[in-house]
Design a protein around this ligand. Structure first.
Ligand SMILES: Nc1nc2c(c(=O)[nH]1)N[C@H]1C(S)=C(S)[C@@H](COP(=O)(O)O)O[C@H]1N2
Ligand SMILES: [Mo]
Length: 348
């Protein structure tokens, strides 16, 4: 594993990408963040016995070998994955969970087959309302229950990939080899790794990882009273310069990304004075439906001293990300605008 990742826990491995590694549109596999509920498998899964099964509420249950999946029509899609708890550690009021800052996010070009194609082969029925993903990881983690997550049939049929390739390579073991579910634009929580069983059911799957976590709820509420985390929420991040970086006063490029999950980001505004004045950034690089947009803003500091940099994303209807995110017990979806202080030393 890449040692530039900031490790939060070793076992299970939870590590975030350093912002300095988030300056290209593609996040290299070795630098992609890691999020695991349970210890990872020590051996890569053997393809000899491995099958991807589709069972439950379907006309004909199916089982695919790896090479069979590879022979089906291939889809290639860019998709940004963010952990639901990314940004949690930046909340001013603390929330429970891994202390993600900005690096619980990455963008990759994924190869695989459309889940919709597989489901249509199996034949959905009237009772096919949710699709549950189950991986082979050991349930011996802290939660001692299997990481099983379900998504609504509409999402499964319209825009969910069963990914076997990440940036042109077979899915790396730590990112889910042989295959993972990938509901496009949704947070990592729905992107089940080491996927082996797809069960079509007539209601959302009931279990720890559906009902107790990945819900947005307040103190005093039950998790099940809260809404289920689905799409990534809209935000902009600054990845150059780094917070507290010392600059020499020459013109420099502020770089970052903006992403909104299922909601395309239309624009990013930048402030170099702590939010007083905002100027549009320039969008650069690829523009793909479910991938982040890179942006840049060339800035010439007008004086030495501290400067408060900020970036704020908006959609095509002009809705902007909030200055401050609405708090929830597990700190999900923190898309508040971050203040990024840098110090300029002129003539150094
Ligand atoms: N089988 C399995 N899949 C999983 C998880 C897990 O613990 N087990 N963690 C999920 C969470 S919460 C996230 S954010 C993503 C992280 O994917 P990555 O490690 O490839 O970045 O995987 C998801 N899929
Ligand atoms: Mo996550």
């Amino acid at each position: 594993m890449d040692r530039t990742l900031r490790i939060m826990t070793e076992d299970p491995l939870n590590a975030e990408t350093d912002p300095s590694s988030l300056r290209s549109w593609i996040t290299p596999n070795a630098k992609f963040f890691n999020r695991n509920q349970s210890p990872m498998l020590t051996e890569p899964i053997s393809l000899v016995d491995w099958r991807l099964t589709i069972e439950g509420e379907v006309k004909e249950p199916l089982a695919f070998r790896y090479d069979e999946l590879l022979r089906l029509p291939k889809a290639t899609v860019a998709n940004t994955v963010e952990c639901s708890g990314n940004g949690r550690a930046l909340l001013s009021t603390k929330a429970r969970g891994n202390p993600w800052t900005v690096g619980g996010v990455g963008n990759a070009v994924w190869g695989g087959v459309w889940l919709g194609d597989l489901l249509r082969l199996a034949g959905p029925t009237e009772a096919s309302l949710h699709v549950a993903f189950e991986g082979i990881d050991d349930p011996s983690g802290r939660a001692t229950v299997k990481f099983i997550r379900s998504i609504p049939i509409e999402k499964a049929l319209s825009s969910t990939l069963i990914a076997y390739e990440m940036n042109g390579d077979p899915l790396p073991p730590e990112h889910g080899f042989p295959v993972r579910g990938l509901p496009l634009g949704w947070t990592g929580a729905s992107c089940v790794k080491w996927l082996t069983r797809i069960t079509v059911i007539d209601k959302p799957y009931a279990g720890h990882f559906m009902d107790a976590v990945y819900r947005v709820f307040q103190e005093g509420q039950r998790p099940t009273d809260g809404t289920v985390v689905t799409s990534i929420v809209m935000k902009a991040i600054i990845t150059q310069p780094l917070p507290n970086e010392e600059l020499d006063g020459r013109p420099m490029t502020i770089l970052g990304f903006a992403y909104g999950g299922e909601l395309p980001v239309a624009a990013v505004d930048v402030s170099v004075d702590g939010g007083e004045r905002w100027t549009p950034a320039e969008m650069i690089g690829p523009n793909e439906r479910y991938a982040w947009r890179q942006w840049r803003y060339v800035w010439t500091p007008d004086r030495p001293g501290d400067h408060r940099l900020m970036a704020r994303a908006s959609d095509s209807e002009g809705n902007r990300q909030p200055m401050k995110a609405s708090w929830n017990v597990l700190g999900y979806g923190n898309n508040g605008v971050e203040e990024h202080v840098v110090t300029v030393h002129v003539g150094r």
